[in-house]
Design a protein around this ligand. Structure first.
Ligand code: COA
Length: 144
């Protein structure tokens, strides 16, 4: 939970998407240092939502988050999923992180963080208000 709260500070929100979701983790020795939660979209079984990805602060910026995200994307591709979507803040390094892996901005959910989170979320002194919706289309790797 500590890892998941790195990405999503509202524990009630985290509990909402954990049930029935797939969990992925990166381990160093015996310690889990990164985690990612993905869930099939309720209305479309070829689509999944990436709800959470977090790396322990002392292990961030060492390539672990990128490695885990690449692994998750590859696994979902192997499961024949066609699309991954996610929501993130409208500013901050996370936006570049996802775009580097091919995600594109598709929509803005205005006031999402104001209306759905019990506490205000600040990053670099700026309050998160709007959620950007990002999507990645998984190209099918042709069989040999
Ligand atoms: C976002 C997160 C998962 C990225 O994982 P990571 O292991 O730190 O990232 P990587 O080391 O793989 O770095 C990927 C890129 O993001 C950049 N980056 C990562 N953290 C950064 C930070 N705090 N500030 C600026 N850039 C950062 C890296 O510089 C790197 O860029 P490069 O490829 O040009 O060198 C991780 O920082 C994290 O857990 N953050 C807190 C939780 C969070 O915000 N999750 C996403 C919710 S939307």
């Amino acid at each position: 939970m500590a890892l998941l709260l790195e990405a999503d500070p509202d524990e009630a929100q985290v509990h909402q998407y954990l049930e029935g979701a797939w969990g992925f983790a990166a381990q160093k020795g015996n310690q889990i240092v990164a985690a990612c939660v993905v869930k099939l979209s309720p209305n479309c079984q070829s689509q999944a939502e990436l709800h959470n990805i977090g790396v322990l602060p002392e292990y961030q910026q060492q390539g672990i988050g990128s490695g885990l995200l690449r692994f998750v994307i590859e696994r979902l591709r192997q499961k024949s999923l066609q699309r991954i979507e996610l929501g993130t803040g409208s500013f901050g390094h996370q936006l570049g992180f996802y775009q580097r892996h091919g995600f594109r901005v598709e929509a803005i959910w205005r006031d999402h963080f104001l209306n759905n989170y019990s506490e205000p979320i600040y990053e670099n002194g700026i309050q998160h208000k709007d959620m950007l919706r990002l999507g990645l289309t998984l190209s099918v790797v042709p069989e040999r």
